[in-house]
Design a protein around this ligand. Structure first.
Ligand SMILES: NC(=O)c1ccc[n+]([C@@H]2O[C@H](COP(=O)([O-])OP(=O)(O)OC[C@H]3O[C@@H](n4cnc5c(N)ncnc54)[C@H](O)[C@@H]3O)[C@@H](O)[C@H]2O)c1
Length: 318
């Protein structure tokens, strides 16, 4: 396998690239260090990878990179580059979402027309569902995203399907359900909650805390993504969920237990764009990809707590 990983300096992309190199693949990573969060965090995600002889990193934007040399000999593309984040996708910021999520994907797909490729795996999102799909969510559900972010993720998913049907690009879309674990983005819930617990700062919680999420540990996401690259059905779409549906209030109680620190929770009204509930029916991924999440929420949460505690130099007391 010679893999191109887009978004390779990010949370999931850097974890995926490391797993691919560990499995003996040759990997080219591309990332342009968007300013959504600090470049130094992304550089530290990349640090160990840069030492590996089978890894090469390219600092460039998908919107203007020369794909010719980048795709030379590439058998698999894992397309994770995106402007992430639901809440920031309203207003002027939307331009960043259309540019990085839609335009960049279309340009990558154009470049892949006629390129001999085993698979392109696209990192889609549970955000494409919105609040109308029944729980557990099935891939065939009616899609009505609640956020502008979800609209752009769905648009790119449709583009992948179009280029598969019309130009034979063997795309597979994976709808990731809330991903957590070491290297999680600093804007995401678990990261914010654990950091606040460790530093004793107040936690801002949007909504009543009774909203539910299907949290998926990053190593399970990586395993599903690699499996989709090997045997996903071209043109196929798969939910990838962790299999545990819990409320945010339950998560906060678990974080207090794992960190051994009480939480100071400040409640604010729910934000526009936030879905009420998510829960994946991952049976299609189980049947076609052999996907089965292998990390419990408690173990995964401990792994993220240990990573963040080490990063902040604040040992866990529990
Ligand atoms: N984290 C989650 O819970 C989650 C859930 C569903 C879907 N996803 C999807 O998974 C993917 C990875 O998410 P993440 O949480 O690792 O995000 P991340 O922000 O940590 O990583 C994305 C990376 O892409 C890079 N990037 C963005 N636009 C680019 C462009 N035009 N050219 C080159 N690089 C670019 C950014 O600099 C960043 O390093 C995204 O596509 C996201 O939409 C994530």
């Amino acid at each position: 396998m010679k893999a191109l990983v887009t978004g390779a300096a990010g949370f999931i992309g850097s974890t995926l690239a490391t797993a691919l190199v560990d499995r003996g693949a040759e990997v080219v990573g591309i990332d342009c260090f968007t300013d959504y969060y600090a470049r130094e965090i992304k550089e530290s995600n990349l640090a160990a990878l840069r030492e590996r002889s089978s890894y090469r990193f390219v600092d460039a934007r998908l919107q203007d990179v020369d794909f010719g040399p980048l795709l030379d000999g590439v058998t698999h593309v894992f397309h994770l580059a995106a402007q992430a984040g639901v809440r920031g996708s309203w207003g002027d910021q939307f331009l960043s979402y259309t540019s990085n999520n839609v335009d960049a994907t279309q340009r990558l797909l154009e470049a892949l027309k006629g390129h001999p490729l085993t698979r392109l795996v696209y990192a889609s999102s549970s955000s494409v569902y919105g609040d109308v799909a029944t729980i557990p969510m099935q891939e065939t559900a009616y899609l009505q995203p609640l956020s502008p972010y979800g609209v752009t993720k769905l648009a790119a998913e449709h583009l992948c399907h179009l280029y598969c049907v019309n130009h034979g690009v063997p795309t597979v879309s994976l709808r990731y359900f809330t991903v957590y674990g070491p290297r999680q983005r600093p804007d995401m819930g678990f990261h914010r909650f654990i950091r606040a617990a460790l530093t004793g700062e107040p936690i801002t919680l949007f909504g009543d805390g009774e909203q539910t999420r299907d949290f998926t540990f990053v190593d399970d996401i990586v395993a599903a993504t690699i499996a989709a690259g090997e045997r996903g059905r071209p043109g196929g779409i798969y939910n990838i969920g962790g299999g545990s549906r819990v409320t945010i209030n339950q998560v906060l109680a678990m974080i207090a237990r794992v960190t051994g620190r009480p939480l100071d929770i400040r409640r604010l009204p729910a934000e526009k764009g936030d879905m009420r509930d998510t829960f994946a029916d991952s049976s299609r991924a189980q049947a076609d990809l052999g996907f089965s999440p292998s990390h419990s929420l408690e173990d995964g949460l401990k792994a993220e707590c240990q990573w963040l505690a080490a990063l902040l130099g604040r040992p866990l007391t529990a």
